[in-house]
Ligand binder design. Structure first.
Ligand code: DC
Length: 246
């Protein structure tokens, strides 16, 4: 590992690029922690919704973020999120949080607070950290930096099918069929495009590919292939890769 490099793998990219599946698979293979930074923004968003805070009042949103106690399970086999001692893993994936999270994650003070938390969740013994600004802001010294991407159509298809992955079985199954599916697909595609534009356009840490991140396009790649690619990159920089059973 290069001198000064942090024992961490940074995985950035937009929704539906396969980050979660790939990050968990890589963490499992290495016996490392898995850190889902999006979950921390989602947990603060839930706290903001619970408090009835105006999403556009940055100071009030930041005050809620300061009070929120967020815990993450970093076990790649049992990821989970607690807010103020309550397991909110399912609730933070719901439509209310999803609709509001871009606004909350655009508040600079929220980001400063959560980046500190995310670094402590990552620790120093080895972590695979997924998000939007990991390579650029959270862990700029990560030993491996990967930017995962996939075509908008493929990302929307994965989201509509609730398949967040680099993702195999369904990725090769062809287009979704049926009118209801088409409508769902169009709605999901529109929502993805809206969130992407917002996440890329915000002033504080917009989603961008770091100059030194390796681009991995998972549009036509299954999860195992994407995981193997990232493990190859880890080996190439001398991070020990023990082969473990899936
Ligand atoms: O990955 P996700 O869909 O759970 O992310 C939820 C939101 O949080 C998304 O709108 C982008 C934002 N986010 C961010 O701004 N920075 C991160 N490191 C991770 C997520």
């Amino acid at each position: 590992v290069a001198t000064g490099a942090t024992r961490a793998i940074a995985l950035d990219g937009p929704s539906g690029s396969g980050k979660s599946t790939v990050a968990r698979g890589v963490a499992r293979a290495l016996g490392w922690r898995y850190v889902d930074t999006g979950a921390t923004y989602r947990a603060v968003t839930l706290a903001v919704l619970h408090a009835g805070t105006d999403l556009h009042d940055s100071a009030a949103v930041a005050a809620v973020a300061r009070r929120a106690r967020i815990e993450l399970s970093t076990d790649p086999d049992k990821p989970g999120t607690c807010l103020d001692g309550v397991d909110v893993s399912a609730e933070i994936r719901g439509p209310a949080v999803t609709a509001a999270v871009s606004a909350v994650s655009a508040v600079a003070e929220v980001r400063t607070l959560l980046v500190e938390r995310q670094r402590s969740f990552a620790g120093t013994d080895g972590a695979v950290v997924e998000g939007r600004d990991i390579a650029t802001v959270v862990l700029p010294d990560a030993a491996v930096k990967v930017y995962l991407d996939a075509s908008t159509a493929e990302r929307a298809r994965r989201r509509a099918g609730d398949v967040d992955a680099g993702v195999a079985s369904r990725a090769s199954a062809g287009p979704v069929t049926g009118v209801a599916d088409d409508e769902l697909h169009a709605a999901v595609a529109a929502d993805l495009a809206r969130r992407d534009a917002f996440d890329a356009g915000r002033a504080a840490s917009p989603l961008v590919r770091a100059d030194d991140a390796v681009l991995l396009d998972t549009s036509a790649m299954d999860a195992d292939t994407a995981i193997a690619r990232v493990l190859d990159l880890a080996r190439a920089v001398g991070l020990a890769v023990e082969e473990t059973e899936p």
